[in-house]
Structures are given as C-alpha cells and as structure tokens.
Design a binder for this molecule. Sequence first.
Ligand SMILES: [Zn+2]
Length: 99
Amino acid sequence: MARLVAPDKGVREVKIETETRERIYRPDKGGVYSVENKKHANHMKQEGFIEASLLGGASTAGSGFICSACGFHGFFRKCGRCQHETTDIQMDSTIEGEQ
Ligand SMILES: [Zn+2]
C-alpha cells in the first residue's frame, strides 16, 4: 500500500476513474492518502503526489513544517492557515513549547 500526500494542501480528495467504476480517495487527518491500488498510486504520483515516506516520516507527529508567520503546523511549506510560505525552518526541527 502506498502512502501519498497531495502536492497542494487545497486538495480534498482524488478521483481515479477506471473502465468500470471510479474510486474516491480522501486523506486522513494527517493529510496522507492510503492507496492500496498500485495503479492508482502511480496515477496520483503522475499528478504530483509525493510518497509520504519521502517527506521524512510525515506520518509521525513532529514532522512537516511550522509556519514561521503564525506557528501553524502542517505538512506543507506553504501554510494551510495563512498561506505564508515558510522557507527557513527544517522539517525535523523541534519547536519547544509549540502547541
Ligand atoms: Zn501561517
């Protein structure tokens, strides 16, 4: 099973169409799509989806990006709350006292 994250936080779901039916994938709370169908996973990667494992353990708490403007903790460099693009904080940095 592939674990993928969307290239854009604005993506809410992904629809994969096959000859016979369509399949809707939605992310879990962490923004990770669990895709059991390998073809679908490859299709999504072509659309720009990224393997969660390539994001340095995106499935574990404490990874991702902390917005340098508002402190929002998200998967993506571009803040999902204020749209500020954080450029100077490393993925594995630990923010003490951040909640
Ligand atoms: Zn922000």
